[in-house]
Design a binder for this molecule. Sequence first.
Ligand code: GLU
Length: 476
Amino acid sequence: MKVGKEPSFRESVDLMFNRAVALMDLPPGLEEKIRVCNATYTVRFGVRLRGKIHTFTGYRAVHSEHMEPVKGGIRFAEAVDQDEVEALAALMTYKCALVETPFGGSKGGLCINPRDYDEHELEQITRRFAYELIKRDLINPSQNVPAPDMGTGEREMAWIADQYARMNTTDINARACVTGKPLNAGGIHGRVEATGRGVQYALREFFRDPRDVAKAGLTGKLDGKRVIVQGLGNVGYHAAKFLQDEDGAIITGIIERDGALFDPKGLDVSAVHEWLAKHGGVADFPDATHCAEGASVLEEDCDILIPAALEGVINMTNAARIKAPLIIEAANGPVTAGADDILREKGTVIIPDMYANAGGVTVSYFEWVKNLSHIRFGRMQRRQEEARHELIVSELERLDRYLGEAWSMSPNFKDKYLRGADELELVRSGLDDTMRIAYQSMREVWHGRDDVQDLRTAAYIVAIERVAASYRAKGL
Ligand code: GLU
């Protein structure tokens, strides 16, 4: 790559990988084995729509099979190409290793603008794409398990699961062939919100350590922090909503396809989201200033910037003007390697994609385990837990009567404590734990090594070390 040239998405991932392995002591050749994408399957298929055959191009890249199944979403977007799915598949490998989900990395994509088709047409196209992948074991509960990504959601996953079940009528684990399904088709509570929720948990963990907060030149907690979010899709919406409703953050900017909304006093995320769903854009939203040149709002003054849409939005053309001292990459690859150099130089702290948006795959892991175990989380223990809590509460009630005025149980304690955890609470607890532990593993490297200056390099080091250990254990 020539100096000064904007690297492509895949080059960016490779450059960041190379920066980390230069600081590691891997056996000769292993670095190359980990870096390369194992295989990419390209399929072109036809679907008869509106009286003529339309040809579509799709991909499924398998980056690393050091653990199987391999995991990663399927994206429906016009910009999908081999370079992009391979970069995304590589990120999945490192992401899964970092958050300790037992998967290799994969990613799929279909070159399509989903808005150009009605629901029935999309179902035909999705089922046909799924058919091509299923018959090559590129969708399979023990080999390769897709999930939603940009342009896909529960609906598409339900079609894929059904297509797999039709083609594998005796596979008792058929539902585990894909995650992100609707609840009534084998999904799990909390999967839709998972990536946004993970961003919230990531920020909470960041703000738990004053040393990290100081590195970004910030102080205090999340409460009152000014946040700009780019992309109010599933990830950006949930992240912004949870930060606003539960952590007291102020969402001062929301950037969408048709421009940005800005209000230093704070935007009502739910109201903007509703407006967007109804009108297809934010342009005429009544309660905020609209700026037609949306990308310029990335450069506004704020405490936290959350790019939650496309890759490459922070690049060499705008990086120097980004004012946010803290960026959390809710999207995959929103900061190019060139921009990353500029921002590191400026002292901007970046919580990297492979960690920041890992909430999705974490809850996908829970869903896959649920499908394989054929039982909802909490079903066996919930009432037993409640019965045991009942015992304690009745003892406390006895004490309450005995002590009279001197002591009494706090209001609501009984109701809150008695209730055994349901699936959603268990999922959130598992996700919170995962996000904290993964962050701590990065933090240890970030603070513990003089040659590591940033969280991204720390994340790569932790992830690559785990992938390398798995190869070593296999004797490769
Ligand atoms: N597409 C999401 C990602 O990029 C989720 C992947 C999954 O759940 O397997 O992480």
